[in-house]
Design a protein around this ligand. Structure first.
Ligand code: AMP
Ligand code: MN
Ligand code: MN
Ligand code: MN
Length: 277
């Protein structure tokens, strides 16, 4: 059986392993086909690709694009993209553009409730200074003892209605799909079970995603509970979308899913790799 893991992060975004370390760890965990999907960033792809050749696993070039859709932040994964495509590179650079200013504002919001130095703290933890994410703030808050783990950070801070939340305008869904398609890739809606939207709005999203040329949704992901898997299997079939699988691994021992440690896609699903095999 081929083990696929089509969603994970390196130091090029908010992961803690370099692309090389990540690929070697995936190999060690038995992954046969890995997609590196850093947030709004492709700079880790060359190193990951070289290491994959050396280690003997298949690397799929990918990216996870931040999108604003109807007042919700969504993540769209592009798989099997050309990492040198100018349209995609230009779009991603634009999407990264607002991150530093946003991070400064997050720092100001945290300072207001008595947590100074958060921007500087998060910035030090970010290897890629163009890509300071909430994960870096979360690690800073854990380091200083403000919260005990990731789960508790994202329960009490950095999310809508809590201290350290700053709203932000990301790419439109249409732009994200256009960039992915320009780069020859397929668009996959990431961890749909994480979005706080009702059933009707989810259906509207899937319908719009499919009409804009979206190809798949993540059915098995580190973000889904076991009972969400059949729900998104049925929605994938209903909206004629292929199914993807990915751990969304960021760091060893941080509470997220380990590379390659996922249940298989349900039999009823048509797997996303049909789109490129
Ligand atoms: P950003 O793109 O800066 O808004 O950061 C989003 C990142 O924060 C996600 O990719 C995750 O790595 C992390 N994150 C968001 N919500 C959670 C959560 N509930 N638990 C753990 N990590 C989270
Ligand atoms: Mn992340
Ligand atoms: Mn995501
Ligand atoms: Mn992710």
């Amino acid at each position: 059986m081929t083990i696929y893991d089509l969603h994970c992060h390196s130091t090029a975004s908010d992961g803690v392993l370099t692309p090389r370390e990540l690929v070697l760890r995936a190999k060690e965990k038995g992954v046969d086909v890995l997609a590196l999907t850093d947030h709004d960033e492709l700079s880790g792809q060359a190193e990951a690709g070289e290491t994959a050749v050396e280690a003997g696993l298949q690397l799929i070039h990918g990216v996870e694009i931040s999108v604003s859709w109807s007042n919700v932040t969504l993540h769209v994964v592009g798989l099997n993209v050309d990492p040198l495509d100018p349209v995609l590179l230009h779009g991603l650079a634009r999407n990264r553009g607002g991150r530093t200013e946003r991070a400064r504002r997050i720092g100001e919001e945290l300072a207001r409730i008595g947590i100074p130095g958060a921007f500087e703290g998060a910035s030090v933890l970010a290897d890629n200074k163009e890509l300071i994410s909430r994960t870096h703030f979360a690690r800073f808050l854990i380091e200083r003892g403000t919260a005990k783990n990731m789960k508790s950070v994202f329960k009490h801070y950095l999310v809508k209605g809590k201290p350290g939340y700053v709203s932000h305008q990301w790419a439109s869904l249409e732009d994200a799909l256009t960039w992915i398609q320009a780069a020859g890739g397929v668009a996959v809606l990431a961890h749909p079970g994480r979005y706080q939207i009702g059933r009707e709005k989810m259906r509207l999203l899937l319908s719009e995603f499919q009409h804009l040329g979206g190809t798949g949704i993540e059915v098995v992901t580190g973000s889904h509970t076991p009972d969400q898997v059949p729900v998104f299997t049925e929605l994938a079939l209903e909206f004629d979308l292929l199914a993807s699988i990915g751990s969304d691994f960021h760091a060893p021992g941080e509470g997220g899913r380990e590379l390659g440690r996922l249940t298989a896609l349900p039999e009823r699903c048509r797997p996303i790799w049909q789109a490129w095999n």
